[in-house]
Write a protein that binds this ligand. Structure first.
Ligand SMILES: O=C(O)CCC(=O)C(=O)O
Length: 295
């Protein structure tokens, strides 16, 4: 029988799992994040003003403890999302008095027909480190938009630099839209999000940072199409030409010191080396999207 959270994930495109981590784990994650955030330059902040900042955790092996945490493994079981691999993770921190995040989804695999089915190709585990509300920039989502067409899908926009830099705050993708739902959480809660879901975040009008650890996993990896597997592997290897995000390529998760690597080696994406990775396509075919999930 499906768990309630699994049903919500399928129907809404997300679910909220309350109190998965205790205070001491959240404090630890907070320390790792603070350490990483010390290295964020002013230039990066201005390039990623809408997100706040976007730090690849591949450079910070401490995060192995959370990627391989037993509570997350149990959650994958509860959600029937086993056979998963880890592909990437980021620290996303909105400073005080910062603008909204623009509406988007994070799925790059729309060229593959699987993207228009009930099969969940990627989930995003979102761990917020402080209580979140609309006032301090909490997440907002359009429930059901992982399968269903919404007017946001039709806003002409190239996701990336101009929207990230917030060159025009009046752009429709920073505004509130019909059907949006604010996701308010407490530290220790985890938001599990189907990567196809439309989401954004409110402006942070508070005096505090609003920080999130965001981890991407691909359930039932061995059963995914070969090209999709190859693309997941290339993301894991930081071959990230798709998002305009220039990463220093300093460190790969696969090269983390043994002590940290061995906690998560079982989650590394492994596939044949001679397969061409699936093309990056962040634009769903809207006709196909309409009927998805209901066939
Ligand atoms: O900042 C947030 O709350 C969400 C960020 C996010 O999901 C994204 O940038 O894709």
């Amino acid at each position: 029988m499906k768990s309630t959270n699994r049903e919500k994930l399928e129907r809404q495109g997300y679910c909220i799992v309350r109190s998965l981590f205790d205070q001491s784990m959240i404090e630890k994650i907070g320390q790792w994040c603070d350490k990483a955030l010390e290295h964020v330059s002013e230039n990066h902040r201005s390039q990623f003003k809408s997100q706040g900042c976007l730090v690849d955790i591949s450079d910070y092996p401490d995060f192995s403890e959370i990627i391989g945490h037993e509570a997350l493994a149990a959650l994958f079981d509860e959600l029937d999302l086993g056979g998963h691999v880890f592909s990437s993770g980021s620290i996303i921190s909105k400073p005080p008095a910062s603008p909204p995040l623009f509406w988007h989804h994070d799925w790059w695999g729309w060229d593959d027909p699987l993207s228009y089915t009930d099969r969940i190709p990627q989930v995003n585990m979102m761990i917020y480190l402080s209580p979140t509300l609309p006032d301090n920039g909490c997440l907002r989502v359009i429930p059901g938009s992982h399968h269903q067409r919404h007017p946001i899908h039709e806003v002409p926009a190239v996701y990336g630099s101009s929207l990230s830099r917030v060159e025009n705050l009046e752009h429709p993708l920073y505004q509130s839209w019909e059907g949006e739902v604010a996701i308010e959480v407490q530290p220790g809660d985890v938001v599990v999000k189907d990567t196809r879901l439309l989401h954004s975040a409110y402006a942070n009008t508070s005096n505090e940072n609003r920080t999130l650890l965001s981890l991407n996993f691909n359930p039932d990896f061995p059963a995914l199409p070969a090209g999709m597997q190859a693309r997941i592997k290339s993301i894991f290897m930081r071959e990230r030409e798709f998002d305009g995000c220039s990463v220093p390529n300093d460190l790969l998760v696969a090269q983390w010191p043994e002590r940290q690597r061995k906690k998560i080696e079982h989650l590394f994406p492994e596939c044949a080396g001679d397969i061409r990775p699936l093309n990056f396509n962040f634009s769903p075919d809207l006709d196909l999207l309409n009927g998805a999930g209901h066939s």
